[in-house]
Design a protein around this ligand. Structure first.
Ligand code: ATP
Ligand code: MG
Length: 452
């Protein structure tokens, strides 16, 4: 083990002065905390769980920090496996609940340990054990660096996190710009945690974001996909989106959507995205399934509409333009966020089906109703219709068609694949009626994607 020399004396908040009760800690976490203590190791509940408990919320998981190495943790618990390469962790498994046990880690500032950064200051390797003080200062926000000690039920605060939680403030530990350069995803974490907890981002942590948002282009696309799901599918999607906008981070995550929203002067595209996120939040609140495919159909719809308008202006036939717009938006977005194909394909289907809602011939109606993505696409139409009243007739027709042919329309939200915040909306943008309908009838109002 390498110990670096940081020594800070903590503020100790005794049991009678804070609200954390063992009743709110899972029995699995308590078993791990006591097990390590009984084996002679230091044993703390740490991170998001302590923060959430102090903020009066029930944590979704419990993390433990200790001075035992992962191998020593495995000697204490038979139900334990060691995971991770960049930093090895012990997972103690209790049925479906996993308690993550991390050995105290150091910020190896003198460069003597097994730690690497690349030219721009990003951390690439991070394998140095340390003291609890070291472990506290390498965390991101002060609110995330509080330790609940099982030995005396006190909370130990090395960086001022306790008063920051009371003031409902997210403050970075250390110099914000340096911490963002080390790991730009911390900017997204700030927005996400502020949205989830209703905390304010401290001015010094908010101020560098505009300038440093470009660094997110260097983050791993797979990690940004995971982070995007935490931002938008944890029940606080709308607040997260507003936070990203406020801190100039939206363009770093969804470049083409940000640009489309900027040029959509009516604001209808933005209203639709916000409606969609709000619906998703309510579905999560009601414990209904949600899916990244539908989420991304909403988030990238502005980009799709913009690209579609561009291609149609070049004279491309609508169906060709639709497919090409869908492919391009998917391809461009993948450079930033690694959206797996199992989500991007149904996302595209949801988009491409929108033009088929204008077709009414009996055969086509039956075919569309039995499409496995019908329900999700219909939910999407419903979202669009909220901001595009001219879609009301289509909406009514397809709603009735489902009641007249029950059993035909697949309700994917019930089938368990998690499709469809029923009601992600669309915009005042017409995805482009299919070519046949266009030749036969007058196109609906707003036949071209609204760019103003
Ligand atoms: P959530 O409630 O969403 O799980 P969390 O704070 O627990 O929030 P995790 O990603 O589970 O978030 O991380 C656990 C802890 O690890 C954090 O509380 C923080 O102390 C530390 N941490 C996580 N990500 C970083 C990071 N990028 N830089 C520094 N510390 C981090
Ligand atoms: Mg956590």
């Amino acid at each position: 083990m390498t110990y670096s020399p940081t020594v800070l004396s903590p503020l100790v908040i005794p049991r009678e002065a804070h609200p954390i009760s063992r009743r709110n800690i899972s029995s699995a976490a308590l078993k791990v905390l006591y097990g390590l203590r009984d084996a002679g190791y230091q044993s703390y509940l740490v991170g998001g769980a302590v923060r959430d408990l102090l903020a009066g919320r029930q944590p979704k998981d419990f993390d433990v920090a200790t001075d035992a190495t992962p191998e020593q943790v495995r000697e204490v618990f038979r139900n334990c496996r060691i995971i991770g390469r960049r930093f090895r962790l012990a997972h103690v498994v209790f049925g479906r609940e996993i308690i993550e046990v991390a050995t105290f880690r150091a910020n190896d500032d003198d460069g003597s340990g097994d730690r690497e950064t690349v030219g721009d200051g990003r951390l690439t390797r991070d394998n140095v054990y340390g003291s609890i003080e070291d472990d506290a200062v390498r965390r991101d926000f002060t609110a995330n660096a509080l330790y609940y000690a099982i030995e005396d039920f006190s909370v130990r605060d090395y960086v001022g996190g306790y008063s920051d939680v009371q003031a409902r403030t997210l403050r970075l530990i250390g110099d914000p710009a340096t911490r963002y350069r080390e790991d730009p995803v911390r900017m997204l974490r700030a927005v996400r945690l502020a949205a989830k907890l209703g905390f304010d981002i401290d001015t010094s942590a908010a101020q560098p974001m505009t300038e440093l948002s470009v660094l997110l282009a260097g983050a791993a696309p797979a990690r940004l996909f995971d982070e995007s799901l935490k931002l938008f599918l944890s029940g606080h999607g709308e607040a997260s989106f507003l936070g990203l906008e406020r801190h100039d981070l939206l363009g770093a995550l969804l470049p083409e959507t940000a640009e489309a929203l900027r040029t959509n002067r009516s604001g209808l595209l933005r209203s639709m995205v916000l409606d969609g996120l709000r619906n998703t939040d309510s579905r999560i609140e009601e414990e209904k399934p949600v899916t990244p495919a539908f989420l991304y159909a909403v988030l990238l719809w502005p980009a799709y509409c913009r690209e579609l308008a561009r291609l149609q202006a070049q004279g491309l036939e609508p169906s060709v333009a639709q497919q090409r717009a869908a492919d391009r938006v998917t391809l461009h977005q993948a450079k930033r966020i690694a959206l797996p194909r199992r989500f991007s394909l149904p996302m595209q289907e949801i988009w491409l089906m929108q033009s088929r809602f204008t077709l009414r011939q009996k055969k086509r109606v039956f075919r569309l109703l039995s499409h496995p993505r019908f329900r999700a696409a219909f939910d999407f139409l419903e979202l669009r219709a909220k901001v595009a009243p001219e879609l009301a007739a289509d909406l009514l027709f397809w709603r009735e068609a489902q009641t007249q042919a029950p059993g035909l329309a697949t309700d994917s939200s019930e089938s368990g694949d998690g499709f469809g915040p029923e009601g992600v909306e669309d915009l005042g943008v017409d995805a482009g009626p299919a070519p046949r309908r266009r030749r036969r009838r007058r196109p609906r109002g707003g036949g071209a994607p609204a760019q103003s």
